[in-house]
Structures are given as structure tokens and as C-alpha cells.
Design a protein around this ligand. Sequence first.
Ligand code: TYD
Ligand code: MG
Length: 436
Amino acid sequence: MEETAAAAAVPVAQRSSRKGRSIRLESLGGSSEDAPRIAAGIPEFDRVTGGGFVRGSVLLLGGDPGIGKSTLLIEVAAKLAMNGSRVIYVSGEEAIGQVRMRAERLKLSQAPVELAAETNIEDIISTLSSGEPPALVVIDSIQTMWTETVDSAPGTVTQVRGAAQALLRFAKKSGTAVVLVGHVTKDGQIAGPRVVEHMVDAVLSFEGEGSQQFRILRGLKNRFGPTDEIGVFEMTGSGLSEVQNPSALFLSDRDLGSPGTAVFAGMEGTRPLLVEIQALVAPTALGTPRRAVVGADSSRLSMILAVLEARCGVRLSGHDVYLNVAGGLRIVEPAADLAIAAALVSSLSGAALPQDAVYFGEVSLTGAVRAVPQTPARLKEAVKLGFTRAMLPEGGRGDHVEAVSLAPIAALDRLVADIAASSKRGLRAAAGRDSE
Ligand code: TYD
Ligand code: MG
């Protein structure tokens, strides 16, 4: 049991006595005096925010602890400061010495970033309000901040919300861009940064598999830009470095010639991205076969399995199915269906897919392969990485790009038949149908 003080009630008579004052209404057109955006000067970062920080906006950067949020933001802060903007970095988690140590390691000690180790929001805001308003303020992290206006312990929902609200008011009033760091925990979301998601202008998430070097910055919400762009970084011994050609990275250690892998020519926002899709199909030892997916949607996999079974006669109900997207990327595009199906059938039949081919196309419940947008961009990226063939929907036939031969596929059973024909084992034998 916890004792709580009731809020002082305002008498009803007093409340209703105030007459509303009239607000000036503005037009949609018209200009603001300042350049509305401040580019960070790190292209992979600016791509995700939609061209830089918007003045007076609040951005939340979420991610697992230890993923590299502080590293990314100190790099952004240093870059802006070196370009002449006033930047303040407030750490509630680390002491000044620790922040300095990281900066030294990143070779950024010379950047004129103003540092503070503080957790009291009133003190922080009064410091920020004195002098020239900063262009950027980083609050690392929102979970460590507390405000005197709220009567509960730091880290609780009320405190996180109260602190965020105070910073939001400061941002709108001063025109400073504020970045809040928020740790996302796998469980125990109670005081997680999700409680402020609705207040802030943009939510970015920094993702990656802890064991891998790649880090992906993804927009989840953005009032001033797109949310489908990603930024790709690599964590190195001396900080995060940008990956300008992610396709080359994601395909760097392909298992050439082994069955069960297909290269998907995907799009992330405006940028084409090639990734390897890996599937493993093996007879199950259990009554209910396993379906495990990393990096893709599991209901999408179930749908493709059902279509393969119902429309193409590929029986997988006696097999465990594992699906993995290489490099720690998460794919949301339905265009990956064809590549997923190809990888599955290839694994089942033991026939490796052609090494120089990319796959893309959406599979419908009828087994038809549907057209997807941005075919030329996908094909050009494939050419750039040395691919010479593309298996794509019929609708993509017209988008001819030099140096790729197109193999339009109208229906999924065509693809299955082609792969089965190249298999020594044969699909039916592999699927356990040889007794029929
Ligand atoms: P950090 O930015 O502190 O993560 P967060 O703020 O999201 O909790 O990064 C922590 C990890 O990054 C740490 O485990 C080590 C790694 N790292 C490097 O590999 N190289 C570096 O130069 C730095 C600064 C960190
Ligand atoms: Mg940190």
C-alpha cells in the first residue's frame, strides 16, 4: 500500500468563472523566420529523420540497452557542434568522465559539445533557457530524469511522462530540437518510452542483433517525414560507421551453391536493398511441426506455406520450417513472398537456386504472383551487385534494364516446377510422397 496525496480540488464555481479568451487563427501558408531543419551531416541519420532535426520538435530514440544509442547521439552531437551549432548533451546515466572517455575513443574530444550529468528536469530546463537557445539538446535517457512537479519515484510512468512534457514545452517555446533516449526492455514495458510515444514528434528505433555489427535506424513515427527509410550503420572498435552500400554488406558472406537460400531484391523506402533469405525445411520429429522465423512476419510464412500446399501440391505439414533473413534485417514488404517461397522449395528439394538470380513478387492466396512497385530500382541494384537474372511478376516484364534477363513468373506453381525439375531428388520424394 502506498500513500498518495489527492490533488487540490478547484471549486467548481471558480473553474467556470473564467471566460475563454479568443485565439488568433492563422493561415496554412506563410513562412517561419528560421530554416526549419538542421541537418546532422550524417547522411544515414538524416535519411531516416527526413532531412535533419526539425526545430522545436522532440524526437525519441528507442532501443535495447547497449545497442549503441549513446554512441550514435554523441557522434551526431559532435558533428553538429563542429559545424557551429550550439549542442548540449545531458547524461543522466553516465558521469562526465565516462562520456568524455567515450568521446575520446571516438576521436571526438575536440568537438565543442557542452556536457552535463544531471537528472533534475527543472535544473536542466533553467540551464538550457539561459543564453542563446541551443540547436540540439540530447537527454540520455528519459527514464533517468525526474521532475519536482510529480510526486513519484524516478523511472515511473508518471515521472517519465512529466519529464517528457516539460521538455516538450521547452522545445516548442525555444525552437530547440530535443532528442530523448529511451531504453526499450523486452519485457517490463511499464515505464518504457512507449508512454511518451504519442507526445513526441518522431520516434526512431535503433535495432540490431547484439552479436552482429550491423545496426539499423528505423523511423516508427515521424510528423515531418517518411517512416519507411532505414539507416544502416556498422559498430566498429572506434564507433559507428555509416554503411553506404548495405546490399554489398548483407550479401558479403553468402553460402554459394547450397540449397535453401534466395536473394531478395527489396526496397527500404526509396533505397533498394538486396538480402539473402535462408530457409531450412526438415522432416519433423514432433506431432506439430515447428515454424520459426527471424527477420520476417510469421503469419506471412504461414500464408506462403498454405499457398504452396493448396495451389502447388507441396506438402510441408510433416516438416519443420525455419526461415531467416541474413544480416539481422527485418523485412516487412510482401514483395519478399516469391523469394521466401523459392528458398523453401529449394531447401525441400535439395536443389540450389541459380547463384546469379534475384527474386521478388507478391504471392496471392490464389497462387498468382502479383506485381510490386519500383521494379527498375530493384533491377538496377541487382545489376550493380553482379546479378544477371531476375525472377519477377509478369507485370514487371516491361521494366527492362540492361544486363539482366527477366524471367516473369505468372503463378507460384511455375516456380515450384522449375526448381523441382533441377532437383535430383525430386520434390515429391522430398516431401515424403514417394509412397503414393
Ligand atoms: P552505447 O552507446 O553505450 O549503448 P546504449 O546507449 O544504447 O546503451 O554502446 C554500448 C556498446 O557499444 C558497448 O557494448 C560497446 C559498443 N561500442 C563499440 O563496439 N565501439 C565503440 O567505439 C563504442 C563507443 C561502443
Ligand atoms: Mg547509453
